[in-house]
Design a protein around this ligand. Structure first.
Ligand SMILES: [Fe+2]
Ligand SMILES: [Fe+2]
Length: 163
């Protein structure tokens, strides 16, 4: 039997956490940017995860008792998005003067992990049980296809990107 959608999305949560933790656990000396691959991969995975929740999952569930919890999820996605943009900026500035220190980036990562923990600990028990029971069959099939090889559309932003 294949994994439920709830299981698949929970696995994504853990993989994203693990990528950030891998970056934090590495002890880069020298340029932090050279060590950033697990972090940038995790951020790309998180962006896609936020995209699929906001575009493929939440619209199916938001009419009813989940309306309020989904509002909370959208606000938190917005905060994650802004934090990722700030981290990206630090990691991509190409001048030495703005080279990020390890401690700055690690502090950002810790804040991100805390935000993710707080978010996922609500999303998993409150929203995810509805994925497999309340989404229609076509939407479930579309989501499964997207999970296999879908990508975040260029320029897409979450509903609450601006706060
Ligand atoms: Fe989420
Ligand atoms: Fe999620």
């Amino acid at each position: 039997m294949s994994a439920t959608l709830a299981e698949v999305l929970t696995v994504e949560h853990h993989a994203i956490d693990a990528g950030i933790e891998k970056f934090v656990a590495a002890s880069p000396s020298g340029n932090v940017r050279e060590w950033a691959a697990p972090l940038t991969e995790a951020m790309n995975a998180l962006r896609r995860h936020i995209y699929l929740e906001e575009e493929l999952v939440f619209p199916q569930l938001r009419n009813g008792p989940l309306m309020m919890p989904i509002m909370v999820m959208l606000n938190e996605h917005g905060e994650m998005w802004r934090r990722m943009a700030a981290l990206d900026e630090q990691l991509s500035a190409d001048d030495v003067e703005h080279e990020p220190t390890r401690s700055t980036v690690v502090a950002e990562c810790s804040a991100m992990l805390e935000l993710l923990d707080n978010h996922n600990s609500k999303e998993e028990p409150v929203i995810y049980p509805h994925l497999d029971s309340d989404m229609d069959d076509d939407s479930q099939a579309f989501l499964r296809d997207f999970l296999t090889d879908g990508t975040t559309p260029e320029g897409w932003e979450p509903a609450r990107a601006a706060g």
